[in-house]
Design a binder for this molecule. Structure first.
Ligand code: PLP
Length: 397
């Protein structure tokens, strides 16, 4: 692969994740529900992974449900919560820049009688706790807010929202698919946890009721994720079958995926401070130089509360699709928003939500860095982008 700048879509698996996962396909391939030794070996590996992930996130192992990734965790959290708690109320608050896994789960709940209030973000892609406070009603049961946006990288004030939700006794669901392994935080529900895990700050989020994650966004394998469900939360399973995962997620567990995910999260937590410092420096340098060298360009999202690897830029008067094709021909992989919306060819709901000037709307591209991204790769991407945007603009005249 030449230069890969689409790490928010999928990241290279960390060496530790590969090494941890392989034996559970090649040698220890027993089914964790089987009662023989190979089965028990697989079961123990899952339990160890659960403990390791819990240590990284500062929660309890039995608060983690393993799933097939972000989308399933989100569906289980949002739909499962509504189903199990609908007698308490039917009002849910969310934002207008959630991933489709969240907005479509909520759309489904609307058909089942839920009332959904969708809060608009500001021009930087942020909501405030005051907006949520104004929207709550006596029958509000759930607030669903993403931790960080996959397209423009904006990080929501989750600590404040979590504090507010806890004070009001309203459940908070957080889609943290883009944040886990990239932003330091602790769920703070582990009993007697002595010291915070490496990479986290003292900011713990006791007010988060559920949190969804996906392994391939932090260097684990695809098709694996987890849902954190705070102890005492009522949830209805969305997959019916066997008794796996505390009866919340039926089906044979993806043992190599789970073990690889745990190895990836341990490694990303350990490296988090250094990785994010390096990525933030490269990101800021890249944004500054693009804005300086390419006329009529603008950065999307906030400059401060932003995912360390996210560079979302719009160019006036050019089509993102053409930029992306020419970048790919130059050996540079980037995207036009999220991988999910870029396939549809329509203007993403996130770009619409932040209300940018019309002539910039169709010219938005997203470059997302990883801890492996080098300064030379960033330089090459800026050079290619400068040439491509100039060429496309010249062609229009
Ligand atoms: N939520 C966010 C913010 C995402 O970026 C993604 C994927 O890009 C998802 C949810 C869905 O995760 P998955 O692809 O693992 O189902």
């Amino acid at each position: 692969m030449a230069i890969y700048l689409d790490n928010a879509a999928a990241m290279r698996a960390r060496a530790e994740a590969l090494a941890a996962a392989m034996p559970y396909m090649a040698e220890q391939y027993g089914n964790p529900s089987s009662l023989h030794t190979p089965g028990l070996t697989a079961k123990k590996a899952i339990q160890k992974a659960r403990e390791d992930i819990a240590t990284c996130l500062w929660c309890k192992p039995n608060e983690l449900v393993f799933t097939s990734g972000g989308t399933e965790s989100i569906n289980l959290g949002i739909k499962g919560f509504f189903e199990a708690n609908r007698s308490r109320g039917k009002h849910i608050i969310t934002t207008n820049i959630e991933h489709h896994a969240v907005s479509e789960s909520l759309a489904w709940l609307r058909t089942l009688g839920a009332d959904i209030t969708v809060l608009p973000v500001n021009g930087e892609g942020l909501i405030t706790v005051e907006q949520i406070a104004r929207a709550i009603r006596p029958d509000t049961v759930l607030i669903a807010v993403q931790y960080a946006n996959n397209e423009i990288g904006s990080i929501q004030p989750i600590a404040e929202i979590a504090g507010f939700a806890k004070e009001k006794g309203i459940a908070l669901f957080v889609d943290a698919v883009q944040a886990v392994g990239h932003v330091p935080f602790a769920l703070g529900s582990a009993e007697g946890a002595g010291k915070l895990p490496q990479g986290t700050t003292s900011q713990d989020f006791l007010g988060i009721t559920m949190l969804a994650a996906s392994a391939h966004k932090f260097g684990g394998p695809k098709g694996t994720g987890f849902l954190f469900v705070r102890e005492g939360t009522k949830l209805a399973p969305q997959m019916h079958g066997g008794p796996q995962e505390m009866r919340l997620r039926a089906g044979t567990e993806n043992v190599p995926g789970i073990v690889g995910m745990a190895a990836a999260i341990i490694s990303s937590c350990r490296e988090l401070r250094e990785d994010s410092r390096k990525m933030r420096a490269l990101r800021d340098n890249m944004i500054d130089r693009i804005l300086e060298t390419i006329p009529d360009s603008r950065v999307n999202g906030t400059r401060t509360n932003r995912l360390p690897g996210n560079v979302s830029i719009s160019f006036a008067g050019v089509e993102a699709a053409s930029v992306l094709v020419l970048m790919d021909m130059a050996g540079i992989a980037c995207s036009g928003g999220s991988a999910c919306t870029s396939a549809s060819g329509t203007l993403s709901h996130v770009i619409q939500a932040i209300h940018m000037p019309e002539d910039y709307e169709n010219g938005t591209i997203r470059m997302t860095l990883s801890p492996d991204t080098t300064r030379a790769e960033v330089d090459a991407a800026i050079a290619a982008l400068t040439e491509i945007v100039a060429k496309l603009r010249a062609g229009r005249q």
